[in-house]
Design a protein around this ligand. Structure first.
Ligand code: PRP
Ligand code: URA
Length: 217
């Protein structure tokens, strides 16, 4: 895949694969309906999952093929966790699970105050033994970065050491905030967009991801 590492935010990676870019353009289009929007979020997430899991640790397992015994590579350690940031992150979970069916799923409920843009936590549930698991935080939108920082903070409080943030669209403001607060957390996105508008929506963006996914507007 073609990956662009940001020259300043060194932990930010833009995944520029043609299929991802094509699907993202259709996703952005205001004429794309709810059904297609949901399908596209899932497809892009699956492609991002392929890229973001490339450094998962491996070990060897002794098996027997129909012809001989051999030692072959398998994923090592505890099952990773896909952490959905409610609501919109729910749309990314199945894409990840398509590639990692036995991954665990955690949920964090955060909503952004419409005036202050500050995140409010209303739910947090993660699998046991979280300290030993790699967490993939899934949220389609990284806008001011408030929600991402709050999610990372909760995971760090829980003792989680390996965290990757995965978004579809990121604003420079959000990338900067996450990078400044948690420079150890890599961020992957299908696009680094231009800026935020006065209501902290990403430009050009996709609009309100939660509303478009769930048809709530
Ligand atoms: C959206 C989005 C992110 C957050 C990003 O969720 O899914 O979680 O905003 O904004 P930030 O980077 O400025 O924090 P929202 O709070 O609208 O909740 P919803 O998914 O339930 O609609
Ligand atoms: N949340 C969204 O859903 N979209 C944005 O552009 C910003 C925050």
């Amino acid at each position: 895949m073609t990956i662009k590492r940001h020259p300043i935010f060194l932990n930010f990676y833009e995944v520029c694969h043609p299929l991802i870019q094509h699907k993202l353009t259709v996703l952005r289009d205001l004429n794309t309906n709810k059904k297609d929007f949901k399908a596209l979020v899932g497809e892009i997430s699956m492609l991002l999952a392929y890229e973001t899991t490339k450094n998962l640790p491996m070990t060897l397992r002794a098996i027997e093929t129909p012809l001989e015994k051999c030692e072959c590579p398998v994923l090592a350690g505890k099952k990773p966790v896909v952490l959905a940031v409610l609501r919109a992150g729910l749309g990314m979970v199945d894409g990840f699970l398509t590639l990692m069916p036995s991954a665990r799923v955690g949920h964090i409920g955060l909503y952004r105050d419409e005036k202050t843009f500050k995140p409010h936590l209303y739910y947090f549930k993660i699998p046991s033994h979280s300290k030993d698991r790699h967490f993939f935080i899934c949220d389609p939108m990284l806008a001011t970065g408030g929600s991402a920082v709050a999610a990372i903070e909760k995971l760090k409080e829980a003792g989680v050491k390996k965290i990757t943030l995965v978004c579809l669209v990121a604003a420079p403001e959000g990338v900067k905030k996450v990078f400044k607060t948690y420079p150890d957390v890599p961020i992957y996105a299908a696009s680094l967009d231009r800026e935020l508008n006065k209501k902290a929506y990403i430009l050009p963006g996709v609009g309100d991801a939660g509303d478009r996914l769930f048809g709530t507007k």
